[in-house]
Design a protein around this ligand. Structure first.
Ligand code: ADP
Ligand code: MG
Length: 271
């Protein structure tokens, strides 16, 4: 007897979370002191989801990203990437930091292609992908410029292209726009929203800006002061495509930002 189609879908294996943390704790021990950076952290991130992480300084946000990248081992609990336990540094991620960290003696394009050289990607494929990313991030015309000839926003675009060159399923961003002026930052937010939709990449973004978190994310992780725990997971409830000014005026945006401000005990008027 053949199974009806409906039953086949019911018995299909569930899609593995893109990123999973179960009861994770991180303790740093030294002769002088013991620091519990993270405690009781559990989180399942859906493939293609955009997660923003906010919380006071020192609450373990960077530590959380390092766990996902496999640069740090949890003291207890488990971290998974694409359903597999993370046991060491992972190469199937992209990482963007506050500083673009570009090589001054290489052009924008050759900084992006550094990723391909390190991974020994086929050159033609890497060049094609670099061109696509250069177009997508609005760097067209600046491919041959050197880092000192680029604005801060453009340098971060180069860093983003470099992080996306190998098409990682998961992109980790640690305060990537923290050093940019407010207008450039808004522009980068709009571009990141579009790039996220075009690439389908799962994103974990650490930010100090509540409005940046809500504008970009599907869900916002709000963390407590050290030892960092997840205070609340906020479902933003906005559609994926987000026109900037229109989104900031929407009730979902205002409700989520007000809720997060309340949780963080922040003053009401700040971004
Ligand atoms: P955040 O990114 O939220 O500001 P971090 O994740 O960088 O916080 O750090 C969380 C806590 O763990 C801080 O108190 C920090 O001092 C401590 N910490 C981070 N890395 C180390 C380390 N390698 N050794 C000892 N303590 C660390
Ligand atoms: Mg940090």
């Amino acid at each position: 007897m053949t199974m009806p189609k409906e039953d086949a879908t019911l018995t299909a294996a569930p899609v593995a979370a893109a990123v999973g943390l179960s009861d994770v704790a991180v303790r740093f021990r030294s002769k002088k002191r013991d620091v519990t950076a993270l405690q009781d952290v559990s989180l399942d991130v859906r493939p293609g989801e955009f997660i923003a992480i906010v919380g006071p300084s020192g609450c373990g946000k960077s530590t959380l990203l390092k766990l996902v990248a496999g640069l740090l081992k949890p003291s207890s609990g488990e971290v998974r990437l694409g359903g597999e336990r993370v046991n060491g540094p992972r190469h199937d991620i992209g990482y963007v930091f506050q500083r673009a960290a570009l090589l001054e003696w290489r052009s924008a394009r050759r900084n992006i292609l550094l990723q391909a050289e390190m991974r020994k990607m086929p050159a033609a494929q890497a060049r094609g992908r670099a061109d696509e990313l250069i177009r997508m991030t609005g760097l067209g015309g600046f491919e041959d410029a050197y880092p000192h000839e680029l604005s801060g926003g453009m340098q971060q675009r180069v860093a983003l292209c470099r992080a996306l060159l190998h098409e990682p399923p998961v992109l980790l961003m640690d305060e990537p726009f923290g050093a940019l002026d407010a207008l450039t930052r808004e522009q980068m937010n709009m571009e990141l929203n579009r790039i996220w939709r075009e690439t389908g990449t799962t994103v974990l973004l650490v930010t100090h800006s509540i409005s940046e978190a809500v504008y970009l994310a599907d869900r916002v992780v709000v963390m407590s002061p050290r030892p960092g725990t997840i205070t609340e997971l906020i479902e933003v409830g906005l559609p994926p495509e987000r026109a900037y000014a229109e989104t900031l005026g929407r009730p979902e945006f205002r409700d989520a930002t007000a809720r997060i401000r309340g949780l963080l005990g922040a003053a009401p008027a700040h971004g």
